[in-house]
Design a protein around this ligand. Structure first.
Ligand code: MEV
Length: 308
């Protein structure tokens, strides 16, 4: 006999963070981006079927009617598609917002997964990405799709919004320090700033970033950590020229280089957010993380690029 579906059922959805090693912003214009999953930080959503919808989260707690419009619209669309009268969502996260780590894509992914789970509906990756795209389009206007993909999958990838993705195979042995500048950057503003820059000055700077990504792909295949570090710094300079860095982020990049990093740059949308710094060995990486934590740049992580 088939087990009957319990009447009171909870749906659960997860998503993790992401780091863009190189290619943010250029990816919006059709260039490749290299991205790594940040598997140690998550958004979790629990969904319950109710007659009138509520959201419980650190950002907003209350009835759906009063939620920020982008969240309300998204959830109403999901409810409609799944034929749900109402849903009670509890969203918890250790992924900081406005940090360039994919929090908005992760929130959308975890809500979508929880609602589909609640309705016992399978959620193929393509559908999950479609829903994240809906959310991200209203949050930041022109998403390339890299955040949705990377917060939903587990391997480092090269992402291209036209050609799709390729899993990265690399012999590289290195450590990435990631820390929050405590300046909260808006991806929407950053993407709009770059669009204005391109309108005024053309594509040269964006294409330059795209070239760095192609070289970085080669260095990853060859295991050339020193070359990769140099490119990260050059990419940071190009992003600064596009107007999406921040003085605090630039100071952290300088500090990282002084601490022996092979390269350092902003990651994600910019205008604040996180800085990433590349090291050959774990000890120096941990030392910088400690220094940054003492200075209040937190949260932070050390990511082993070889073992994830
Ligand atoms: C944000 O993490 C990455 C950007 O390139 C925007 C996008 O690709 O959607 C700035």
């Amino acid at each position: 006999m088939k087990p009957s579906i319990p009447k009171v059922h909870e749906g659960v959805g997860f998503a993790h963070g992401k780091i863009i090693l190189m290619g943010e912003h250029a990816v919006v214009y059709g260039h490749d981006a290299i991205a790594w999953p940040l598997l140690s930080s998550h958004v979790k959503t629990i969904a319950k079927q109710v007659s009138s919808s509520h959201i419980h989260s650190s950002l907003f707690d209350g009835v759906l009617e009063q939620a920020p419009v982008y969240l309300k619209t998204f959830i109403l669309q999901l409810q409609d598609a799944l034929d749900l009268q109402g849903v009670d969502l509890t969203i918890t996260s250790d992924l900081p917002l406005g940090a360039g780590l994919g929090s908005s894509a992760a929130i959308a992914g975890s809500i979508t997964a929880a609602c589909f789970d609640l309705c016992h509906q399978p959620l193929p990756l393509a559908d999950r990405l479609k829903w994240i795209h809906v959310f991200e389009t209203s949050v930041h206007g022109n998403p390339s799709g890299v955040d949705g993909f990377m917060t939903s999958t587990q391997s480092p990838i090269v992402f291209n919004k036209i050609k799709g993705f390729q899993t990265i195979q690399t012999p590289i042995q290195g450590f990435l320090v990631i820390a929050h500048s405590q300046v909260f950057g808006s991806t929407k503003e950053a993407v709009a700033l770059v669009a204005r820059y391109v309108k005024q000055h053309g594509m040269k700077q964006v294409d330059e970033l795209g070239k760095f990504v192609q070289q970085a792909k080669l260095f990853l295949t060859q295991g050339n950590l020193v070359g990769l570090g140099r490119l990260m710094f050059q990419a940071h300079q190009a992003l600064k020229e596009l107007g999406v860095s921040h003085p605090q982020v630039d100071r952290m990049v300088e500090q990282a280089l002084t601490a022996g990093a092979l390269g350092a740059k902003l990651t994600g949308g910019g205008l604040g957010g996180c800085v990433i710094a590349l090291f050959q060995d774990a000890q120096h990486a941990q030392a910088l993380l400690k220094q940054w934590n003492v200075q209040g740049y937190a949260p932070g992580w050390v990511l082993d690029l070889h073992h994830g």
